[in-house]
Design a protein around this ligand. Structure first.
Ligand code: CA
Ligand code: CA
Ligand code: CA
Length: 182
């Protein structure tokens, strides 16, 4: 186990965070419909060590925190959230968070939705969290939809091929923003 691991636990759990003054993250604007997570789904590999999907509903410095676990000799994280009733339009995600890493891991978002033919994966890695300083970002998924669908958003580590250090990430806010519907 990394000697930095206890530090991760403390900082991400907010115990240290309570006495550190964070620079407020810049808010993002959605001119359409915001949809918040309806549920946590699977976390594998990796684990949740603080919070639930409810903590991603507001930008309040109370987050849902994750750390990697070692899978097949490499530290990995993959967590899914479900978003119900996402209206038609151009799909973006807005996220606020930070990460702690010791093996060059960042954390990126991926997405798929369920249409009449089954799961439809949106190709790409979006809205990477790359800093130990909290930031917000609004990212287009370069995808438009024509009906209401259930979306699934994943957070995944970017270094999936090497390293056994357990990097961690905290998500304070996560939303789907749908703009410019038909
Ligand atoms: Ca925050
Ligand atoms: Ca990794
Ligand atoms: Ca929050």
């Amino acid at each position: 186990m990394s000697t930095r691991f206890p530090f991760h636990l403390l900082l991400l759990a907010g115990i240290v965070g309570a006495v550190i003054v964070f620079t407020p993250a810049q808010a993002q604007t959605c001119t359409g419909t915001l949809v918040l997570a309806s549920a946590d789904e699977t976390t594998s590999p990796g684990q949740v060590f603080g919070g639930t999907y409810v903590d991603t509903h507001a930008s309040d410095d109370v987050g849902e925190a994750f750390n990697e676990t070692v899978s097949n000799g490499v530290s990995r994280l993959q967590h899914y959230w479900r978003f119900d009733n996402v209206p038609p339009g151009y799909i973006h995600i807005i996220r606020e968070g930070y990460r702690l890493t010791c093996d060059s891991d960042d954390f990126v978002f991926k997405a798929y939705y369920i249409n009449q033919n089954g799961p439809y994966w949106i190709f790409g890695n979006f809205c990477a969290i790359t800093s130990e300083t909290e930031s917000t970002a609004k990212c287009s998924l370069n995808e438009s939809t024509d009906d209401y669908y259930t979306f699934h958003i994943l957070i995944v580590d970017s270094n999936a091929t090497s390293g056994t250090d357990l990097s961690a990430v905290r998500v304070d806010y996560l939303a789907i923003c749908v703009e410019g519907g038909p």
